[in-house]
Design a protein. Structure first.
Length: 95
Protein backbone atom coordinates (compact mmCIF):
# COMPACT_ATOMS: atom_id res chain seq x y z
CA UNK A 1 0.00 0.00 0.00
CA UNK A 2 1.40 3.39 -1.00
CA UNK A 3 1.74 5.99 1.71
CA UNK A 4 2.79 9.57 1.79
CA UNK A 5 2.39 12.54 -0.49
CA UNK A 6 2.97 10.75 -3.79
CA UNK A 7 0.40 8.03 -3.05
CA UNK A 8 -2.52 9.86 -4.67
CA UNK A 9 -0.56 11.59 -7.45
CA UNK A 10 0.06 9.80 -10.74
CA UNK A 11 3.77 9.04 -11.24
CA UNK A 12 4.02 11.20 -14.38
CA UNK A 13 2.86 14.26 -12.42
CA UNK A 14 4.66 13.56 -9.11
CA UNK A 15 8.08 13.10 -10.70
CA UNK A 16 7.79 15.92 -13.23
CA UNK A 17 9.94 18.99 -12.56
CA UNK A 18 7.93 22.12 -11.86
CA UNK A 19 9.04 25.40 -13.42
CA UNK A 20 9.24 28.58 -11.39
CA UNK A 21 6.00 30.34 -12.29
CA UNK A 22 5.50 32.60 -9.28
CA UNK A 23 7.77 34.47 -6.91
CA UNK A 24 6.82 32.21 -4.00
CA UNK A 25 7.43 28.98 -5.88
CA UNK A 26 10.64 27.12 -5.09
CA UNK A 27 13.39 27.31 -7.69
CA UNK A 28 14.38 23.66 -7.23
CA UNK A 29 13.28 21.09 -9.79
CA UNK A 30 10.63 19.32 -7.73
CA UNK A 31 7.97 21.08 -5.66
CA UNK A 32 7.30 17.92 -3.63
CA UNK A 33 10.78 18.19 -2.13
CA UNK A 34 9.90 21.72 -0.94
CA UNK A 35 6.75 20.71 0.97
CA UNK A 36 7.00 20.32 4.74
CA UNK A 37 4.59 18.51 7.02
CA UNK A 38 3.26 19.95 10.29
CA UNK A 39 5.89 18.17 12.41
CA UNK A 40 8.76 19.54 10.31
CA UNK A 41 7.34 23.08 10.53
CA UNK A 42 6.86 22.81 14.29
CA UNK A 43 10.53 21.82 14.65
CA UNK A 44 11.68 24.74 12.47
CA UNK A 45 9.66 27.39 14.31
CA UNK A 46 9.99 25.66 17.70
CA UNK A 47 6.33 25.42 18.69
CA UNK A 48 4.30 22.29 19.50
CA UNK A 49 2.37 20.56 16.71
CA UNK A 50 -0.86 21.04 18.67
CA UNK A 51 -0.31 24.82 18.85
CA UNK A 52 0.35 24.92 15.10
CA UNK A 53 -2.81 22.89 14.43
CA UNK A 54 -4.96 25.13 16.66
CA UNK A 55 -3.47 28.22 15.07
CA UNK A 56 -4.29 26.93 11.61
CA UNK A 57 -7.95 26.68 12.63
CA UNK A 58 -8.05 30.23 14.03
CA UNK A 59 -5.62 31.74 11.52
CA UNK A 60 -3.35 33.13 14.21
CA UNK A 61 -0.74 31.91 16.65
CA UNK A 62 -2.10 32.36 20.19
CA UNK A 63 -4.58 34.95 18.91
CA UNK A 64 -1.97 37.49 17.80
CA UNK A 65 0.47 36.48 15.07
CA UNK A 66 -0.89 35.32 11.70
CA UNK A 67 0.45 31.92 10.65
CA UNK A 68 2.13 31.11 7.33
CA UNK A 69 -0.06 29.96 4.46
CA UNK A 70 -0.57 26.23 4.10
CA UNK A 71 -1.74 23.85 1.39
CA UNK A 72 -4.20 21.03 1.90
CA UNK A 73 -3.75 17.97 -0.27
CA UNK A 74 -6.71 15.80 0.59
CA UNK A 75 -6.59 15.63 4.40
CA UNK A 76 -2.87 16.28 4.50
CA UNK A 77 -1.57 19.74 5.45
CA UNK A 78 1.71 20.89 3.91
CA UNK A 79 3.71 24.12 3.98
CA UNK A 80 6.08 25.43 1.31
CA UNK A 81 9.58 25.74 2.77
CA UNK A 82 9.95 29.17 1.14
CA UNK A 83 6.70 30.34 2.76
CA UNK A 84 7.95 29.35 6.23
CA UNK A 85 11.20 31.29 5.82
CA UNK A 86 9.38 34.29 4.30
CA UNK A 87 7.04 34.27 7.33
CA UNK A 88 9.97 34.07 9.79
CA UNK A 89 11.74 36.98 8.07
CA UNK A 90 8.54 39.01 8.20
CA UNK A 91 8.22 38.36 11.95
CA UNK A 92 11.85 39.33 12.53
CA UNK A 93 11.32 42.65 10.72
CA UNK A 94 8.29 43.47 12.87
CA UNK A 95 10.29 43.22 16.11
Amino acid sequence: MKRGLKAGIPRKIADRPVSKVENNMPSSGNILAELLDVKQVSEIINIPVSTLNKGRMTGTLKGQTPLPRHVKIGKTVRYLRTEIYRWLNELAQQQ
